[in-house]
Design a protein around this ligand. Structure first.
Ligand code: ADP
Length: 281
């Protein structure tokens, strides 16, 4: 169907040639005005020159890509040295120093994760994110991820309610990244609460993963944007939560490439349920 036969608002971006021969990108936004019978009476539209914006975005992407590449190498060395030092202090019975180095190693892991995420965003933009599919037990993966993340919090308990075991044919590391991200968010955005609930539901065609928290939630007007690249819900009380706003963007991309659906059901101040489905083998 043509865009204008659907009676729905739509957007288009396209290059236009200027009088001097230069091409510039434009964004057209169109809204229908309907009568009581739901027929279009009139279309209202705007046409905006987004060429400068587009070029600035490209520069930002290039910068992030180069910067994250350059950060990765020294960080890898730093991690190596930290681990060597930790072993040496352990061997010489200096437990305090060893514990500090262990904490340092955890922070290096966080930094590493941020850099890898930034590189992933860049790969997604360029269509270069590669997937290696294999058959594996989905429930085992969930249990593994929960175990790792449970060690990152002393205040919250991650409860699990898993349905029958199910085999999926998917990229294990990428699905692990999604599960880990959603649970880590549930913990991060529910300070002062003591429970996060992870569950799965198996149907004849797919497996659905759910993670529920009782935290700050997402205001309705922002829900449609939280899967966008670099989007973080604004607000004074939210600025203290660390993050770059790319985890959900990457998660949505990974799930869509697995022919699945990612979803959120949230109420501000009450909590959120994030879920995704992927086909079973
Ligand atoms: P980040 O957490 O690094 O900001 P994400 O892409 O993971 O980035 O999430 C995007 C935004 O969605 C977050 O900034 C936050 O505002 C909101 N969000 C994500 N998960 C939750 C959650 N479980 N509860 C409340 N808000 C959330």
């Amino acid at each position: 169907k043509e865009l204008w036969n659907t009676n729905q608002p739509f957007e288009l971006t396209f290059p236009l040639r200027r009088h001097d021969g230069a091409y510039r990108w434009f964004l057209t936004r169109v809204y229908p005005l309907l009568n009581d019978r739901g027929e279009v009476q009139q279309w209202i539209g705007t046409n905006t020159d987004i060429d400068d914006y587009k070029k600035a975005m490209q520069l930002k992407d290039e910068f992030l890509s180069v910067a994250s590449h350059e950060l990765k190498t020294p960080l890898t060395s730093l991690k190596g040295f930290t681990q060597i030092l930790e072993m040496q202090f352990q061997a010489s019975d200096n437990a305090d120093a060893a514990t500090l180095l262990q904490k340092m190693d955890q922070q290096i892991n966080k930094l590493n994760r941020l850099i890898i995420d930034l590189l992933d965003v860049n790969k997604i933009e360029n269509g270069q994110l590669r997937y290696n599919t294999e058959s594996f037990n989905f429930n085992v993966l969930v249990v593994d991820v929960v175990e790792v993340l449970q060690r990152t919090t002393t205040t919250q308990t991650i409860q699990t309610h898993l349905d029958d075991p199910v085999i999926v044919n998917a990229d294990r590391n990428r699905i692990e990244q999604v599960i880990s991200n959603l649970i880590a968010n549930a913990i991060k955005y529910s300070p002062g609460r003591d429970t996060v609930i992870v569950s799965t539901q198996t149907t004849t065609e797919e497996v659905i993963f759910f993670v529920q928290d009782f935290g700050i939630g997402v205001p309705e007007v922002h829900i449609s944007h939280i899967f966008d690249r670099f989007y973080r819900v604004p607000g004074k009380n939210r600025e203290s939560y660390p993050g770059l706003g790319i985890g959900l963007f990457i998660a949505a991309e990974i799930i869509s490439r697995h022919h699945g659906v990612i979803n959120v059901d949230s109420q501000e101040g009450k909590g959120s349920i994030f879920s995704f489905s992927i086909p079973r083998q």
